[in-house]
Write a protein that binds this ligand. Structure first.
Ligand code: NAD
Ligand code: TYD
Length: 348
């Protein structure tokens, strides 16, 4: 039986990856290691908690001795590393927290994998999950490919870029069998309402202002989270060691256009007159260092592994909105307590 460690599996993307692996691979023993920060939530994975091939471990990847102990108890065959501080706005307020988790935490995992596998890499794999934000910002033309030079602008993307470099350095220096994926913006169920789509859904439900940064003409490529989980599964099993795969939705939207679409869909779902939610759009002070545009060329993973997104943006958004409307208790729980302080500080 294979022992697989997934880090950050109580977060947004991690919960979808853990669920997929637990349900799809009953012959794997899946360990979900998560510190349960503000972004981690056991409610996100409640449906799999009693599965026989699943174990939850609460712990911090920055804690070196804890990580060493965990690895000496379990000889993991594979690691899917998703644990991270993930929100750009929080990285602007507290960059050091991002260095600790994203850089030092990743280093601890790389070290322990190198030391435990001791050059015997047969059947072993370290899959580092990263972002397209490491490539910096595009102008109005062009796409990020796997060969685009790194040029991160936010403390978040700089910390992820640093962790990517360390992963590759361990591959070059110690032969660590790594694989890296860089993905565009995800959306879907269990997304913490600090990011654009879930924050705006929550605010529309509660008739609160929709704070659009700058002129709203920033562009992102959006991918439904379950399609990302499928891509990660495919790359983990079929990708080549020491390779990078970009993952994207072929789905670019200017923020203002996306928000208008979201408002119209929400008006329909909530039985409100069309145009009601759009009145909530409020232009606010821009994010410092705001990247103009991200867009991914995902042709490598498409050609080599046959992956492409399975749902259209309209389908994915509808699934997402339905999930939030059917899970308003979840939304209420995650937006009580410290969320209120965060919101006040960020948007007042
Ligand atoms: P998230 O913030 O929703 O979840 C992060 C998870 O990591 C949480 O469960 C949290 O408790 C856990 N965590 C944080 N610090 C930890 C620590 N020190 N030790 C152990 N666990 C810790 O993030 P997400 O959006 O699910 O992103 C997951 C990964 O995917 C990240 O590495 C992120 O950089 C990457 N990514 C995200 C996106 C996106 O659009 N959200 C896109 C591309 C790549
Ligand atoms: P976000 O969801 O934070 O993802 P990222 O910054 O990692 O791409 O933001 C997506 C886009 O939405 C980005 O251009 C910033 C913008 N945005 C707003 O205009 N208002 C907001 O309140 C948030 C959170 C984001």
């Amino acid at each position: 039986m294979k022992k697989i460690l997934i880090t950050g599996g109580a977060g947004f993307i991690g919960s979808h990856v853990v669920r997929r692996f637990v349900n799809r691979y009953p012959n794997y023993q899946i360990f979900n290691l998560d510190a349960l920060t503000y972004a981690g939530n056991l409610e996100n994975i409640k449906d799999i908690q009693d599965k026989p091939n699943y174990t939850f471990v609460k712990g911090d990847i920055v804690d070196e001795s804890f990580i060493n102990d965990l690895f000496s108890k379990h000889n993991f065959d594979g690691i899917l590393h998703l644990a991270a501080e993930s929100h750009v706005d929080r990285s602007i307020e507290d960059p050091l927290a991002f260095v600790k988790t994203n850089v030092v935490g990743t280093m601890n995992l790389l070290n322990v994998a190198k030391n435990q596998w001791k050059g015997n890499f047969e059947g072993k794999r370290f899959h580092h999950i990263s972002t397209d934000e490491v490539y910096g910002s595009l102008g109005t033309e062009g796409l990020f490919t796997e060969d685009t030079p790194y040029d991160p602008n936010s403390p978040y993307s700089a910390s992820k870029a640093s962790s990517d470099h360390f992963v590759r350095a361990y591959g070059e220096t110690y032969d660590l069998p790594y694989i890296l994926t860089n993905c565009s913006n995800n959306y879907g169920p269990y997304h913490f309402p600090e990011k654009l789509i879930p924050l705006f859904i929550n605010n529309i439900i509660n008739n609160n202002p929709l704070p659009l940064y700058g002129d709203g003409n920033y562009t992102r490529d959006w991918l439904f989270v379950e399609d990302h989980a499928v891509a990660i599964d495919l790359v983990f099993h079929k990708g080549k060691n020491h390779e990078t795969y970009n993952i994207g939705g072929f789905n670019e939207w200017k923020n203002i256009e996306l928000v208008k679409l979201l408002c119209n869909l929400m008006d329909q779902k909530l039985g409100r007159i069309e145009g009601t939610s759009q009145e909530l759009i409020t232009y606010v002070k821009d994010r410092p260092g705001h990247d103009l545009r991200y867009a991914i060329d995902a042709s490598k993973i498409n050609k080599e592994l046959g992956w492409k997104p399975s749902v259209t943006f309209e389908e994915g958004l509808e699934k997402t909105i339905n999930w939030y409307l059917n899970n308003q208790e979840w939304l209420k729980n995650v937006t009580s307590g410290s969320y209120k302080d965060y919101y006040q500080k960020q948007y007042s």
